[in-house]
Design a protein around this ligand. Structure first.
Ligand SMILES: Nc1nc2c(c(=O)[nH]1)N[C@H]1C(S)=C(S)[C@@H](COP(=O)(O)OP(=O)(O)OC[C@H]3O[C@@H](n4cnc5c(=O)[nH]c(N)nc54)[C@H](O)[C@@H]3O)O[C@H]1N2
Ligand SMILES: Nc1nc2c(c(=O)[nH]1)N[C@H]1C(S)=C(S)[C@@H](COP(=O)(O)OP(=O)(O)OC[C@H]3O[C@@H](n4cnc5c(=O)[nH]c(N)nc54)[C@H](O)[C@@H]3O)O[C@H]1N2
Ligand code: SF4
Ligand SMILES: [Mo]
Length: 758
């Protein structure tokens, strides 16, 4: 087999009207539409503002201007950042909207309609029994928040989403820990927690070990479970460059995403756009969802058979390699190929490409982590990297592709239910008292605890805890058991209307990154710390606060002036000094106000195979193959007579949404015209006696969606794909117990014609 024969599999992706290339003209049209609109001048101003892009963790922008990456190269902004900026530049929501519209009306809004109401511009509160949100003062908001946070510490919790600053994140955890609560749930629990847990155990460091510079030295990239053309678009330029210099890209994904086959990058007008797009995948492995561990064990077995294992490296720099090699040896090919649905020839070819390349980067996103065996998936990838000596050298290694623009910074700042011992000790010195050692609630545990009536007060720093979770009925019920919920947010979302507390729900408006009046920092997925300069808001006369101001005022009310001078922390410079003292690798942030020097966090990028474990060696783990099954009709509450088929549903993002926030209907690149679609393989459509564009019912273990339109696409047979957050209404999702991350990418459902009796 060679790369050319595989191109038969990698036929352009999805529905009938889908383009044959990712990126391309639609991107330029969108730029033009937005930047030439009346909002255009403001968008340009924010694009040039010295702050990091709001959208993904690739981390474009910062001190050297909004278009610059960490290597100082310009013209590095993608359309997604325009989309995010434009959403933030909407006018303020008129107070009469909340005065006139009853809650029941607001609850009818879709995610897109909620976002399009505009920007939040004054503090407001919903009291139990009322039909409206009413305006309140910041003084009242702070007083209510103070009373709420004075409840028993184990009944107080926070949730956060990774758009805020490092300074806000640091304060959030310090306020809660000073109270004695470890209940710091974070969106990363639903996202890359398996990477954090897995990589920490293997390498003693939880983030990417590859820098952008390192990525440029690779001659092979294995891109697993990532739809980078939509969610990390600038990574595509790196893949185009890699192919240009003769490198290989192996894509592993149950859906043939068009932009992963061919991508026309506006950053390369001549070599890519005019040429009709650049080839991305050299080999496309369209495996069964949830079977990545089986594929990687197969690759390991093939490496052994082809004599491509780096034994000296294993002996010198790793532990437990014998057990991993033995497991691959003894697992038979039939089990491997049946579990992942790929031919041995495909697996052999992938192993050959990896084993004969000189520097391989293994990069992954949600297709790997959002499974009940997410940690094993991560282990199996990292085991493969180690077997081939691709860790701890330039141009090679493991690279989780992080989500929100500062989600990694939140983790570094200690916003986690599982605090690193090193940070705990430093915080104990700072707070001059021992900290609670009980494990805190991660996001799913928080929802379950609230459902069981164990939470009184919840502080949400951004995000949409309600809609990001599976089983929206449970999420709503659980949040409804909490006495007080405080949402700090820039825009309204479904959570503010459906995720109401038992007594008081506060929605408090904050400045976003490019308009905050003080300097802040964020951390990219490549471990690079960005400095954001102060900015201004277009919202005239709005009553906003910064997240840092709110948190430090609240802390001052709760904790007084000792041992930390909380009031002084209103100036973010002093927060940075505390970060420098207590967060490993962040020492340089203490001088950043003087030097303005952005920096790579120390101790994270491994140029030598000397890792941050106690022995300095990487620890390998045996990864059992998953046992994959589908649900029976009766398990989903259907009668045996139902005329339908079971599918494994992948839930994820459309091209035009940011997590729970939908910007535009549909997904051009997958040929899905609106939100209520399911992508299915034509083979399954036919086998089930269905037709393309037919409206069907999709049933999960927590409910069903009706009138869902079938769109044919190049998706692995037996699987379907639908958009979140809407689909979160219909399933419960089990978690990987090691990290609490739900199996969003392998949801058991049945699909059947609307008229079939259930
Ligand atoms: N524009 C935009 N950018 C974003 C976001 C956004 O919503 N919009 N969200 C941000 C956040 S928080 C995150 S976490 C990231 C998400 O970025 P991604 O992880 O790229 O997003 P997903 O839509 O979850 O899709 C993941 C891909 O995994 C594939 N996949 C599904 N199941 C499997 C499997 O079992 N195995 C393998 N190998 N692949 C599988 C899917 O087909 C899909 O292509 O993006 C960040 N950036
Ligand atoms: N089925 C399914 N469910 C999923 C996923 C999936 O792939 N499938 N993905 C999961 C993943 S990876 C993630 S990360 C979660 C995302 O979950 P969250 O992070 O909780 O959700 P977002 O939709 O990103 O939150 C958007 C809201 O953040 C607020 N916001 C934006 N900017 C700021 C700011 O600067 N400050 C403050 N205070 N607020 C701000 C706005 O009010 C906006 O409405 O969803 C998870 N849920
Ligand atoms: S790749 Fe990510 S960080 Fe860079 S401009 Fe696009 S959305 Fe922003
Ligand atoms: Mo995420």
């Amino acid at each position: 087999m060679d790369a050319d024969t595989n191109e038969a599999i990698a036929q352009p992706s999805s529905g009938q009207n889908a383009p044959e290339v990712g990126g391309g003209l639609p991107v330029i049209q969108y730029w033009a539409e937005k930047t030439l609109s009346p909002q255009g001048p403001q968008i340009w101003e924010k694009l040039f503002h010295k702050s990091a892009c709001l959208s993904c963790a690739w981390g474009t922008g910062g001190q050297k201007g909004g278009f610059v990456n960490e290597l100082g190269e310009g013209i590095q902004r993608c359309m997604k950042s325009v989309e995010a900026i434009s959403a933030e530049l909407m006018p303020a929501i008129a107070p009469k909207i909340f005065a006139n519209r009853r809650l029941a009306e607001l609850q009818q809004l879709s995610s897109m309609e909620a976002d399009q109401l505009g920007r939040l511009s004054f503090p407001m509160m919903h009291r139990a029994g009322s039909n409206h949100y009413e305006r309140i003062s910041w003084e009242d908001a702070l007083a209510i928040a103070e009373t709420a946070l004075r409840k028993a510490p184990d009944r107080v919790a926070s949730y956060s989403s990774g758009r805020g600053s490092n300074e806000a994140a640091y304060l959030l955890q310090l306020v809660l820990r000073a109270l004695g609560s470890n209940n710091l749930a974070d969106c990363s629990d639903l996202c890359h927690a398996p990477s954090t847990v897995g990589l920490n155990q293997m390498f003693g460091s939880a983030t990417s070990m590859v820098s952008l510079e390192g990525l440029r030295q690779a001659d092979c990239v294995v891109l697993i479970g990532s739809n980078a053309p939509a969610n990390h678009p600038r990574l595509m330029n790196e893949l185009i460059d890699l192919r240009d210099r003769g490198g290989k890209v192996i894509v592993i994904n149950p859906i043939v995403e068009v932009g992963l086959v061919k991508f026309a990058s506006p950053a390369y007008p001549i070599k890519s756009m005019l040429a009709g797009g650049s080839d991305i995948s050299s080999l496309y492995l369209q495996l069964i969802p949830g079977s990545d561990t089986a594929l990687f064990v197969g690759i390991q077995k093939s490496l052994l058979e082809q004599d491509l294992v780096q034994w000296e490296f294993l002996q010198a720099h790793t532990e437990n390699w014998q057990a991993v090699a033995d497991y691959a040896r003894k697992t038979d090919w039939e089990t491997i190929t049946q579990t992942c649905g790929l031919a041995k020839a495909e697996i052999d070819f992938a192993a050959q490409l990896i084993g004969t390349s000189s520097a391989v980067v293994f990069a992954w996103a949600m297709g790997i982590t959002q499974h009940t065996n997410g940690v094993d998936n991560v282990f199996s990838i990292a085991n493969t990297a180690l077997l081939t000596g691709n860790a701890g050298k330039s141009g090679a290694g493991t690279m989780p592709i992080r989500g929100h623009s500062n989600v990694q910074g939140f983790g570094s700042m200690g916003v986690t239910a599982h605090l690193k011992e090193e940070i705990r000790q430093a915080l104990e010195v700072l707070l001059d008292k021992p900290l609670n050692r009980n494990p805190g609630y991660d996001t799913r545990a928080l929802i379950d605890a609230a459902d069981a009536g164990k939470i009184d007060s919840l502080l949400c720093l951004g995000g949409n805890l309600y809609a990001a979770n599976p089983d929206l009925t449970q999420a709503k019920r659980a949040l409804g058991n909490i006495e007080t919920i405080i949402y700090l947010a820039t825009k309204p979302n479904l959570g503010h209307f459906h995720g109401l507390a038992k007594h008081n729900t506060l929605v408090l408006p904050v400045f976003n990154r490019f308009e905050s009046p003080h300097r802040t920092t964020v951390e990219s997925g490549n471990n690079f710390v960005r400095l954001n300069e102060p900015g201004t808001s277009h919202l005239q006369g709005a009553d906003l606060k910064t997240e840092v101001a709110f948190l430090s005022e609240l802390a001052q009310r709760l904790h007084g002036d000792r041992p930390v001078n909380w009031r002084k922390l209103q100036d973010t410079k002093y927060v940075r000094q505390l970060i420098a003292k207590t967060i490993p690798g962040y020492e340089k942030i203490g001088q950043i106000d003087e030097t303005r020097e952005e920096f790579t966090i120390s101790g994270r990028i491994f140029h030598q195979p000397k890792f941050s474990t106690p022995s300095g060696k990487a620890k390998m783990f045996v990864t059992p193959l998953p046992e994959l099954s589908t649900a029976s009709a009766t398990e989903l509450g259907l009668t045996l007579a139902v005329q339908g088929i079971p599918l494994t549903l992948i839930t994820g993002r459309s091209y035009s949404q940011h997590n729970t926030v939908v910007y535009r209907e549909g997904d051009k690149y997958r040929g899905m015209p609106h939100r209520n679609c399911i992508m299915m393989n034509p083979v399954d459509i036919e086998a089930a006696g269905l037709k393309e564009h037919q409206r069907i019912t999709v049933r999960g273990d927590a409910g069903q969606l009706e009138q869902v339109e079938i769109v044919g696409g190049n998706i692995r047979p037996g699987s379907g794909f639908m958009f979140y957050p809407e689909v979160n209404a219909i399933f419960k999702a089990k978690v990987d117990p090691r990290c609490g991350t739900p199996g969003f990418k392998r949801v058991p459902v049945w699909v059947y014609p609307a008229e079939a009796t259930a």
